[in-house]
Every structure is written in structure tokens, then in C-alpha cells.
Design a protein around this ligand. Sequence first.
Ligand code: NAI
Ligand code: MG
Length: 354
Amino acid sequence: METYDIAVIPGDGIGTEVTSAAMEVLDTVAENHGFQLERSTYDWGTERYLDEGAMMPDDGLDRIESADSIFLGAVGHPEVPDHVTLNGLLLPIRKGFDQYICKRPNKLFEGIESPLRGYEAGDIDLVVYRENTEGEYANVGGREHRGFSNEVAVQSGLFTRKGTERIVRSAFEAATEREGHLTSITKSNAQAHSMVFWDDIVKEVSEDFPEVEVDSLLVDRASMDLVRRPEEFDVVVASNLFGDISTDIAAIITGSLGLAPSGNINEENDYPDMFEPVHGSAPDIVGQGIANPLASILTGAMMFEYLGDGKEAAAEDIWNAVEAQLADESAPRTPDLGGDAKTVDVVSDLSDRL
Ligand code: NAI
Ligand code: MG
């Protein structure tokens, strides 16, 4: 049988809960479609950091490089600073495997109430292409004169032509495929170097996509419009920081972080992609068995879309089953969606539908 090697990193908090839930569903769907997942599970994360002083081993990337894909839960622990967990595991994988596209789709499903008044299923349907390897999250800078009154911190944004061009091009391609339009989010009024450079690149690349309508919004205005008129967004392209913020807004206007999937993609397939839900380790609900597994399950659907030939049908089955479950008033739902079901109830209902 066709077999795919998946490196699974459940990570911290509810990451482990939603990952095992998702794996159960993915196995069912794979079986239905005549392929299987061969999983290697890695116990990397904060427990390891507290025991051994590192989130993952030194040769961590080498160990997972040959996988067909990487599936991650979440990282983050109340007792360890977030920059340690993020820089110890997530960012090294995204950067080390040159996963320059962070793709985050958001859709308002039937049966889900948006916190925005008057929005119905299908009204919101957008996808954010977030630059994932440089920009504001480049590890460039430092701190000097620590503890003195002249202490100084410098953090520089890093925008390269290659890095900017490839994310912008991918977003244009997505807009072409969706027969939609593109919104580029910047802050060119205040950041006259990096963001005007970004605008220039958008303009250059747009010449190769004459059929795609493109507009540009400043990030503050874009944040307002994502709340005020989200129906006007289709494909969005943004730098690392602006994409990070916009995707949390996009996730919450479509109901819950518990529904938002994401993929970190190296389009050239030089390295494996990594798929993970948008949400974090949710320490406030960990251990209660009530984490919504749907973000992680839809993340699995995204993974299938990128696994290779003919896996789109498997992905579509997952999207359809989730949509049907959410539209069904009698189906179990977790507390973040206003229900009182457990993670396992959602999984077993979904498995029946599949
Ligand atoms: P969070 O996403 O963990 O939680 C935000 C809120 O949404 C919480 O109230 C949580 O209970 C709820 N929530 C999130 N996912 C849910 C799900 N699947 N089902 C039901 N409710 C859900 O973000 P927060 O609280 O800012 O961060 C907590 C930790 O997670 C921090 O250590 C942070 O650094 C880390 N984090 C990690 C990320 C990752 O691994 N990609 C992303 C975001 C945060
Ligand atoms: Mg974020």
C-alpha cells in the first residue's frame, strides 16, 4: 500500500490532545483512500526542555528531514518564556526547512456563529499567505548595556528580494487559482524602507498576473476591515508579523481558534512541509479533554492536499465531514463553540461520518 512517512511532534499542552485526535481521523480517511501513514512520533517540547535543556536534540532537523511531512500540535508552557519555546522548536523548523509560505485558510462554516453581527455561512472565505522565514521575525539584533540606564535593544526586520518575491508570487498564484483578488498588507507610510520595498515587489510581480486585481492596505486599516467587512478579503499576502496578527483576527471572526488550520510550506519540495493548527497549547483548558480537535483535523486535510498525487479527494472528505458536522445542530461540539462535548465525542462523531 502507498505509505507516507509522517514526523509527528505533538508538543505541549493541548497539542498532544488534538494531535492524537487528528491522527485517529487521518488514519480512517487514509484507509478509505487506499494509503497509509507511517508515523514517527517525537517527544520534543517543553517537558524535554525542562529535563534536558533543549526543546529538541541538536540533530533534530536531520532526524525529520526525510519525512514526507511534519505534523505538529502546539508548543508553549506557562513556566517557560514563549521566546524560548518558539525559538527552540517551531522557528528552527520553519526556517531550517525554508518553509517560506505560512498558508492559513479561514471560512465561516454553516452552523457557526461569527462574533460579527449579520454574517452567514460562506460570507467569509479567505486565505492568508504569510511570509514565514524572515521579515520582523528574523533573529537580527541584540541587547547591550544590560541593567544600565543606557540599556538598548535592537531588533531589525529583514526583507530580501528573494524572500519577498516568492511569497508574493505564491499569493498571486493562489489568487489566480481561486479566480479571486489579492490584498497586500503593509505599513508603507511608517516603514518607508522595508514596506515600500514590499510594495515595489508586489507591483513587479503583478505584471505577470494581469488578471488578478490587487490592492494594498495599511495593517491598521486592514485589521479594521477584517472586522468591518471581512467579505471583501479573498487572498491576503503579508509579512511575518502582519500575517501573524491578521490570521488571529481571521480565525476569530470565523468562530474559534479551534477551527483554524495552517501549513508551513516549502513549495519547491526541497524539504518537508510542516502542518499545525493556528492555536497554541491553551494552558487554560489543558487536561480537561475539551480541546476542539477540528483545527488539527483540518490541518491534516491541508497536509493531504500537499502529500502528493490524488490525495486531494482524501482532503475533501475531511473538509466535507467537518462542514456536515458543524451544520448538524445535534452533533457534539466543544465549549469553544458553545457546546459541552469532549474532544473524543467530536472525533467519534466525525469518524462515523467518514
Ligand atoms: P492559545 O491559542 O493557546 O489560546 C488562546 C485561547 O483560545 C485560549 O482561551 C484557549 O483555551 C483557546 N483555544 C485555543 N485553541 C483551542 C482549541 N483547539 N479548542 C478550544 N479552545 C482553544 O494562545 P495563547 O493563550 O496566547 O498561548 C498559550 C501558549 O501557546 C503560549 O505559551 C504561546 O506561546 C503558545 N502558542 C503557540 C503557538 C504554536 O505552537 N503555534 C501559537 C500560539 C501560541
Ligand atoms: Mg500567532
